[in-house]
Write a protein that binds this ligand. Sequence first.
Ligand SMILES: O=C(O)CCC(=O)C(=O)O
Length: 299
Amino acid sequence: MDDRARWEPLVDADWIRRDGFVVVKDVFSHDEVESMRAALLAVRDREHEAGLALPFDADMPANVRVNGDLPGKGELRRFDYLVFDPRIISCARQALGDALLYFGDSTFQTGEGERGFHRDNADRDDRSGPDWKGDDYSLVRIGVYLQDHAMHSGGLQVKVGSHLASEPRRTPTVRLPCAKGDIAIWNLRITHSGNFVRPRGLDVCLPPSIEGRIPRFLRVPEERERVAVFLTYGLAGDRHTDHYIDWQRSRAECVSHWEHSGTGAYLEALAESRGVQLSRPIPSYGARSRSRERLCEVA
Ligand SMILES: O=C(O)CCC(=O)C(=O)O
């Protein structure tokens, strides 16, 4: 058994149910963070040069977003594509339950990106939609920020408890104190905004519309170029997860993401060995992935 499987981070599932998020400390060593950063930056450079990265946002020129999931990037195999890392899987299982489902929703991005409060669930704009029936909601996103945001700018802020109600409520906003090696887990219904700005000398959370207007010299800078990984898990046979996948099927960018995602016997065996069920939501899943043949070959 390798060392990664021996160590199980403890996740406070009650905290997630109550507040909608949690930070799990020291999941990865600093050396691992450095290796992951190097590998992800290499993938970013390769895809960027090959014209495969997603189009730039004119407002955020430093931000590069890749297309397709992490298991479609061959360079990430030694990290179990993060999606299947035993510690991440253990955290997701503690947050959600045993019937963990991965349906191709993982990605990463580099550089300062968009900010703005939003929710990630399907019925984010439909207060009477099925997402809002009942308190239990079976989808979480895991953020692996590969630099410090406990002291620096660039991390995630959330509205505490906002996952429990579809209408906006007066709830405190907090910045997640993710240090190097920590991960954050949040309910897809929670209201959140990435790339927070810490104003120099003031310990307050500011609305994203103001954060973007703070002059650079008044901001605590980012530690270094931001590399952020996002992994989504649901539950097999669960109505919320099924609804979310159905909603994604109707979105062109999700279809393109799935077509560029990883497939193959190697991945299927890896998922099975980690007790994760796989869903391939469209018939053309993986059809445009450049890693597809290589992944099948190594299997
Ligand atoms: O950029 C971030 O830190 C958060 C990303 C985000 O808002 C999302 O995954 O929905």
